[in-house]
Write a protein that binds this ligand. Structure first.
Ligand code: SF4
Length: 341
């Protein structure tokens, strides 16, 4: 069952500096920096009382900053506020996001001792030139060491990857994906780089020294990464930033679309459809294409883009499309009608 997550957004807390692309307050439109242990306790109690939880497992998340870079006393204050809910079983675990260079053994042991079960590591790129140009302030080796340590203690590990950072290219982004895969993440998020107000990237963009990737290019690279992670059995839990009014208000430039993840999935499905429909031996024979009902909107694509593409390639001639409630997502079969019962 999908867990219900109670998030605390600690924008930039713990960050040793601001990475060139980042302005957490602008992209999320919220900042719980004033959060205190007593407010954490109150917020969790309030959310646990909501009937909509309906038996779902509950997790508490600290996002938007570098949790393990916070002063030890601050980390303890936050984590101890969650402890009674972990002890009572009302909360199953805590998840945090942080930087790879803030994950030495002491830091990881502290997290584990206080119920953190999932650490999302801000990897962003595994190309040293991209990391340097984005002024991330850590190396590829530090990412590898952080993953090794988290795996060693049995933590669930997530990796956040960005495409289109300064110095990035499609081949570098795919190389980062391959290297991240080799680090065996349990889950991955992929974000296209956006230019937002208050970031250094916005100034570089205004000066003409940074050009964001187009939406089409970002989608295609993310499709390739998604296919790659799918083949490796790594779950991609998110592609593209959460659509938010604040993000749209603060967007200067870049490949933003409120349904970015849907665009990637839709394009990925299109590629599978094109492949399977091209396998027909005799396109003049009537066929039935079966797809999962839940993939109906992916099949048509945003503004019917997939449908138009398949039609213009002549791949839907003599093909009836059926949506099957029992098919899992992304499953598709093609049958010649003469062989149908
Ligand atoms: S990308 Fe991560 S480490 Fe860098 S400023 Fe943003 S929250 Fe902090």
């Amino acid at each position: 069952m999908t867990p219900f997550i109670i998030p605390f957004f600690i924008a930039h807390q713990g960050c040793p500096h601001q990475c060139v692309f980042c302005n957490q307050r602008a992209i999320a439109g919220r900042d719980d920096s004033a959060v205190t242990p007593s407010r954490i306790r109150a917020a969790i109690s309030e959310q646990l009382a909501w009937p909509r939880l309906q038996g779902r497992p509950v997790q508490v998340a600290f996002y938007g900053g570098s949790f393990s870079c916070l002063e030890r006393g601050v980390q303890l204050g936050y984590l101890q506020a969650v402890e009674p809910f972990l002890a009572s079983g009302q909360v199953e675990m805590v998840r945090v996001s942080t930087r790879p260079d803030c994950l030495d053994r002491d830091a990881v042991v502290l997290l584990q001792d206080y119920g953190v079960g999932l650490v999302e590591v801000g990897v962003q790129s595994l190309h040293s030139e991209v990391l340097a140009q984005s002024e991330r302030g850590h190396s590829v080796t530090q990412v590898e060491e952080a993953f090794a340590l988290l795996h060693e203690v049995g933590m669930t590990v997530g990796g956040q990857l960005m495409v289109g950072l300064p110095g990035d290219s499609p081949s570098r982004a795919l190389g980062s994906g391959r290297k991240l895969c080799a680090l065996r993440p349990d889950l991955v998020r992929i974000y296209p780089t956006l230019v937002v107000t208050g970031s250094r990237l916005a100034a570089w963009y205004q000066m003409g020294s940074y050009q964001p990737w187009s939406l089409a290019k970002s989608v295609l690279v993310c499709v390739a990464l998604k296919e790659f992670f799918d083949q490796a059995g790594v779950t991609v839990i998110r592609m593209g930033l959460q659509a938010a009014r604040a993000l749209e208000d603060n967007l200067v430039a870049g490949p933003y679309h409120p349904a970015f993840g849907e665009m990637v999935l839709s394009r990925q499905l299109f590629k599978k459809l094109r492949y399977i429909l091209r396998q027909r031996c005799n396109p003049s024979l009537p066929c039935q294409l079966n797809l999962a009902s839940r993939d109906r909107s992916l099949f048509t694509g945003i503004r019917n883009e997939n449908l138009r593409r398949l039609q213009s390639l002549g791949l839907l001639e003599n093909v009836d499309v059926f949506f099957n409630d029992h098919y899992p997502r992304f499953k598709m079969t093609l049958q010649e009608k003469q062989f149908l019962p």
